[in-house]
Design a protein around this ligand. Structure first.
Ligand SMILES: [Ca+2]
Length: 544
């Protein structure tokens, strides 16, 4: 099974106001189907003040007016189902928007029905000086606490100020979550991708974190918390009633812990979105950037492949709305087509479910805006003002260019026409100027395009039991140029060779593969039996 992720604001504008919407999605459902995927995951489409573009929800049971109506959503859902595509919604329940009616009520005082919906604590005092309840930082901006005058207390926000964390220890909040799940499942939605779901149970003592760590110093006290399993089991019961899929996002969750959530018949989630392989060019977050290291990428891939083999199903992905474009990170814009296709083969044939993020299938790359004022993303702007303050503005902008989430949020490049065919009006966010060269229409016509390569890979995967069920084996883990892995099932064997070198290199094959009769079933260069690999060449062999 494979997934296509839509971040709707930048996907396709159907009503000509410059903002992507459900009308645009409806018109592109055939395109999505044509990729060979089985499912759509919608990043949040609910009403939201957009402090974090939809991940700050102000109404869980409606559609943002920018994106359409509930009726339009039902049309999209029905048409998707007709095409055989299942639909997952984003369930964001670690926090709401501060403009959600629950929070507005909660702020008013300590004795209304919503008072205990959020995590409120009294201030600490150092002499006359009022201090927040602990020293945690927010992952997005400043401290993790904001003072509310009317209530005389602080509320916790692990992310932006406008994203107060819900108090999941309150059974009423958990009932609300189940009600929200039922609302969408009753409508016919097939499951959820669950945003930072491993953060929902906090250590109730809320102890201080390590003061030396920026941004994530409170993490050990709110990640994989004491009652997380219990809460996930409650939500699982609802999902079971509907046979719904649950995919949990789990930043920084170690592989052993992940397995406890997603393996076995009593699993509380079906799959987990982990982040290990997204740090092959950075430390913990893209904002602490270093040169790309293939060995680091391979180590993360193989760790999760081995750990989940025979136990659970991996989420395979290289891009989503939270990460810059992968060609600009792990590939090469110079060898754009070659590295885009090589990256596709590097992950699609692993064991698990491949996810494709909008625009990834046409090889969209990072945007480079001149000044920080042109960026929208709250975490990008905060990172710019937090890190590297001693560097020149030019140096800081170069670093924003490699690390900003906004690069994943430029409008999808459909054609080489005005506004890249995304809209008839000026789009809400800048179109990457390379749309004349990189767009879906041009790639439809080109059999060797990145788009058609993705289609070939997904089709091969779908029709090949070995690539679905087969076990995984990595060769040459220490190679800094090549990623070579094998899938085998009941004696049937595939070998995937990916060169991450920007120059010609000599192909190295395991001894039995070198001797064997084999077919090249997919490649990104003209067929050749030469043992020289071109820059970013990938070859998928099948042993006869
Ligand atoms: Ca629109």
């Amino acid at each position: 099974m494979s997934f296509y992720q839509i971040w709707i604001r930048s996907f396709a504008d159907g009503n000509g106001d410059g903002i992507g919407d459900l009308y645009g999605v409806y018109d592109r459902l055939d395109y999505i189907k044509s990729l060979g995927v089985d499912a759509i995951w919608f990043s949040p489409v609910y009403p939201s003040p957009n402090a974090d573009y939809g991940y700050d929800i102000s109404d869980y049971r409606n559609i943002h007016p920018d994106y359409g109506t509930l009726d339009q959503f039902r049309k999209v859902l029905d048409r998707a189902h007709e095409l055989g595509l299942i639909v997952l919604m984003d369930l964001v329940i670690n926090h709401t928007s501060d403009e959600h009616p629950w929070f507005k009520e909660s702020c008013k005082g300590k004795d209304n029905p919503y008072s205990d919906y959020y995590i409120w604590r009294d201030p600490r005092f150092k002499g006359e000086q009022m201090l927040p309840p602990n020293n945690w930082y927010s992952q997005f901006e400043g401290l993790a606490w904001e003072y509310c005058e009317t209530r005389g207390q602080y509320y916790l926000h692990v992310f932006a100020k406008k994203q107060p964390d819900l108090n999941m220890d309150n059974p009423k909040v958990r009932e609300e979550v189940k009600g929200i799940m039922r609302f969408w499942l009753d409508m016919g939605v097939d499951g959820f991708r669950e945003d930072v779901i491993t953060y929902i149970s906090k250590n109730p003592a809320l102890p201080d974190g390590n003061p030396l760590l920026p941004m994530i110093n409170g993490l050990p006290h709110y990640k994989d918390g004491p009652r997380l399993m219990e809460y996930l089991q409650e939500f699982r019961e609802v999902a079971r009633e509907y046979n719904a899929i649950q995919i949990g996002e789990a930043p920084f969750t170690p592989v052993k812990t992940a397995a406890t959530y997603i393996s076995g018949p009593d699993r509380v989630l079906d799959m987990m979105i982990q982040f290990d392989h997204m740090t092959a060019d950075c430390i913990m977050t893209e904002y602490v950037w270093h040169r790309f290291m293939l060995t680091k990428l391979k180590k993360a891939f193989t760790k999760w492949q081995n750990a989940m083999n025979g136990r659970a199903w991996n989420c395979l992905y290289l891009e989503n709305h939270d990460h810059p474009r992968v060609i600009s990170r792990y590939g090469s814009e110079k060898f754009w087509r070659e590295s885009g296709t090589c990256l596709a083969a590097s992950y699609i044939f692993q064991q698990g479910c491949p996810f494709i993020y909008q625009g990834q299938e046409i090889g969209m790359t990072n945007i480079r805006l001149r000044s920080i004022d042109q960026y929208n993303d709250v975490s990008t702007i905060n990172a710019y003002h937090t890190f590297r303050r001693h560097r020149s503005p030019e140096s800081r902008m170069r670093w924003i260019h490699v690390s900003s989430r906004d690069s994943a949020r430029t409008p999808v490049q459909w054609t080489d026409g005005k506004y890249a065919g995304f809209s008839t009006a000026k789009p809400w966010f800048r179109v990457n100027p390379n749309y004349k060269r990189i767009n879906a229409a041009a790639q439809e016509k080109d059999p060797d395009s990145i788009l058609n390569f993705y289609r070939r890979c997904l089709a091969l995967r779908k029709e090949t039991e070995t690539l679905i069920w087969g076990s995984y084996k990595e060769y040459y883990p220490r190679s800094r140029k090549h990623y070579v892995y094998e899938r085998s099932y009941l004696g049937d064997r595939y070998l995937i060779v990916c060169s991450f070198a920007a120059k010609e290199t000599k192909e190295r094959l395991p001894a039995d593969w070198a001797k064997a009769e084999k077919d090249l079933v997919i490649g990104n260069y003209p067929f050749s039996t030469s043992d020289i690999l071109h820059p970013y060449e990938t070859r998928v062999y099948h042993m006869r």
